[in-house]
Design a protein around this ligand. Structure first.
Ligand SMILES: Nc1ncnc2c1ncn2[C@@H]1O[C@H](COP(=O)(O)OP(=O)(O)OP(=O)(O)O)[C@@H](O)[C@H]1O
Ligand SMILES: [Mg+2]
Length: 258
């Protein structure tokens, strides 16, 4: 069944996307409207293990948020719930006002296009060069070739690996591979960029470059959520930090306090 609600809020590319859709329910004077809301979300895995318990938080449009916590605290599970890789056992995850659990299967791609997602392992295609790795994200939506070329060149420039466009993954460093993954995730101009331990497999210097890219993405108005347990990363950016402990939010503070 087609959901009127999700159709209304998750338009396809042919529909003009409102830049700032102010929801009267949540907008406050100084704050931008939410792009993502967790409402009393819990996640219980098979066997009764409660991985997340009563999670409430909001990410505003254009905001930058770190999610920190020890191994096993529930960071990756939180990310999986955001991108509908998993469904909550209780509560709601709203993307731009839409309960993502209600989006019918044939419309999930509309949600995924508004999300840019990268993981610790770079998930690049080894048989394709850098250009083609990014272009695949656009070929699935049947964009014209000239448009694909423009977009791919743009995002490769943005992440600083335009000069490697013809290289293959085996010829790249970890930091470069991650930037390929970021470029691919940016190709659809997402509203929310989600990164789960994106610097987990790379050296500190390359991590700093990755962070610069995230800051750049954020300065373009894209909300960024980054799950990490790398305190150097968090210290450097001085952004909001949500801390998870054993599946609960134990603090949520501005200014990069790890
Ligand atoms: N599919 C699953 N089935 C059962 N338990 C799971 C599943 N996925 C995760 N868990 C458990 O949930 C808890 C949280 O896992 P999660 O991967 O979200 O933690 P994390 O904070 O991302 O940890 P890390 O920093 O090591 O990546 C862990 O105890 C984990 O074993
Ligand atoms: Mg994890």
């Amino acid at each position: 069944m087609r959901s009127e609600k999700s159709m209304k809020k998750l338009p396809d590319e042919t529909t003009e996307k409102p830049v700032e859709q102010v929801s009267s329910k949540t907008a406050t004077r100084n704050k931008k409207p939410p792009i993502l809301e967790f409402e009393n979300v819990s996640k219980e895995y098979a066997g009764g293990f409660v991985c997340l318990d009563g999670i409430n938080f909001t990410i505003s449009k254009g905001e930058f948020v770190f999610v920190v916590g020890r191994s096993g605290a529930g960071k990756s599970t939180l990310v999986k719930l955001m991108i509908r890789e998993q469904l909550p056992s209780a509560g709601k995850v709203l993307f731009d006002g839409v309960d993502i659990a209600e989006i019918p299967q044939h419309e999930i791609h509309l949600l995924r296009r508004r999300l840019g997602v990268v993981f610790q392992d770079f998930k690049v295609l080894p048989s394709k060069n850098v250009f083609a790795n990014v272009a695949v994200a656009l070929e699935v939506v049947d964009a014209p070739k000239s448009q694909i070329k423009d977009i791919v060149e743009n995002v490769l420039n943005l992440v600083g690996i335009y000069d490697k466009a013809q290289s293959f993954p085996a010829e790249l460093s970890g930091g470069e591979l991650q930037r390929v993954a970021i470029a691919r995730a940016l190709a659809h101009e997402p509203d929310l960029f989600v990164a789960d331990e994106p610097t987990g497999n790379i050296d500190p210097e390359s991590s700093a470059q990755i962070l610069d890219v995230f800051e750049k993405i954020n300065s373009m108005g894209v909300a960024v959520l980054m799950a990490t347990h790398d305190f150097r990363v968090v210290d450097r950016l001085k952004q909001r930090v949500v801390r998870l402990e054993k599946g609960k939010i134990v603090s949520d503070v501005a200014g990069g306090k790890y």
